[in-house]
Design a protein around this ligand. Structure first.
Ligand SMILES: Cc1cc2nc3c(=O)[nH]c(=O)nc-3n(C[C@H](O)[C@H](O)[C@H](O)COP(=O)(O)O)c2cc1C
Length: 351
């Protein structure tokens, strides 16, 4: 970032914003540099639009060995559930062409150990941290989310709704009615922080679940989670994952995720003024720019971190160069700037 063109947001300024948006009393401050890359995501001030994707870099501190965490827009934790979970049997991850399949099964330390062991480390994080929460019942979700509301070091909560309900085995994120109810309940226990709902792509119409999430009162959407898929060992004539199926991520899903972001932005999020975190196969700065043009305000990077943990940082440099080259003042001007056939031509800063 070019420091001469920037100024620092004070502790007071960022907490004052959170105060007006969500009635927060205290909010941790980071030395957020206001620059052409800094954005506001549902009330969270970020130095740049680059986030990690949940489940791809631990609970936060583990990733510190690989990159300077202050260079991230925000860190998103692995999904936390009320009870600890061992997850699925191995093999839980397999590499496939242009991506990977995972069936981790939400392995995590559970809420109590998260609070006692991970929160002290998250307190020291030099960037905002968003906690991803998963559950198997309404009570699971509300109990875990409620524990986050009073924690100053947590900037917001992302809800992983791609989880089966214990009662009927159907996932929360595939039923608009149930999803709306879940979000309404969760919002009541999270009055002071933004709620991000992470949509599943494994639905007939993602705009229906996006609309349900917005009607339920979410403050941002992230999309997408992984696509249900499988791989077969042809010599053993068995699935390569012990769980049989898993979630496909990485470059293979990028064009589909991009389409879903564009669709949700145009049909739901734009009118509702709800920001989107676009994710799915982002590996380069031009991938990120595509997601921004399609309607994303921020970008998540997951599978690409396994190839190069510095991917989000490198993407920032690439976006900055692109903005300079295109004579665009601020990254937020890219959000939704995609023009489709039939759109009214509008004055454009692009050469
Ligand atoms: C190994 C692995 C573990 C994941 N674990 C979670 C998780 O715990 N919670 C969640 O909401 N998403 C999880 N995801 C999905 C990612 O957060 C992301 O939505 C998806 O991988 C698409 O982005 P990508 O192609 O950049 O990886 C996981 C993905 C991978 C590859």
């Amino acid at each position: 970032m070019k420091r001469d063109k920037t100024m620092h947001l004070s502790r007071f300024t960022s907490s004052r914003f959170m105060h007006s948006a969500f009635g927060i009393r205290h909010f941790p401050s980071y030395n957020i540099i206001v620059s052409k890359l800094s954005i506001n995501l549902a009330g969270i001030q970020l130095a740049n639009p680059m986030l990690t994707c949940s489940g791809t870099s631990g609970y936060a501190a583990e990733y510190a060995d690989f990159i300077d965490l202050s260079k991230l827009g925000a860190f998103v934790t692995k999904s936390i559930t009320r009870e600890p979970r061992k997850g699925n049997e191995p093999a839980r991850v397999v590499e496939v062409r242009a991506g990977m399949l995972n069936a981790i099964g939400l392995a995590n330390v559970g809420l109590d150990r998260f609070l006692s062991e991970k929160i002290p480390l998250i307190h020291k994080m030099p960037c905002p941290v968003i906690v991803n929460v998963a559950g198997h019942s309404f009570d699971d979700y509300t109990a875990t989310v409620a524990a986050m509301d009073s924690l100053d070091c947590i900037a917001g909560v992302e809800l992983n709704v791609s989880c089966p309900n214990v009662k009927d085995g159907l996932t929360f994120g595939t039923h608009p009615g149930r999803l709306k109810e879940l979000i309404q309940q969760v919002k009541t226990v999270l009055p002071h922080k933004p709620l991000i709902v992470k949509l599943s792509p494994n639905v007939e119409d993602i705009t229906a679940t996006a609309r349900a999430a917005v009607e339920g009162g979410c403050n941002a959407l992230s999309l997408t989670n992984t696509f249900t898929a499988m791989a077969i060992d042809i010599y053993k004539k068995r699935p390569r994952l012990a769980n049989v199926t898993g979630g496909l991520s990485g470059p293979a899903i990028k064009p589909i995720a991009l389409h879903l972001v564009s669709r949700v932005y145009r049909m739901v999020a734009k009118q509702a003024n709800i920001p989107i975190i676009g994710m799915g196969g982002v590996q380069t700065w031009s991938d990120a720019v595509e997601f921004l043009l399609a309607g994303a305000t921020a970008i998540g990077v997951g599978t690409a971190l396994f190839v190069d943990p510095a991917t989000p940082v490198n993407i920032c440099t690439g976006i900055e160069d692109y903005l300079d080259k295109m004579k665009i003042n601020h990254v937020s001007e890219l959000t939704g700037a995609l023009q489709l056939p039939g759109d009214q031509p509008k004055a454009s800063p692009y050469p």
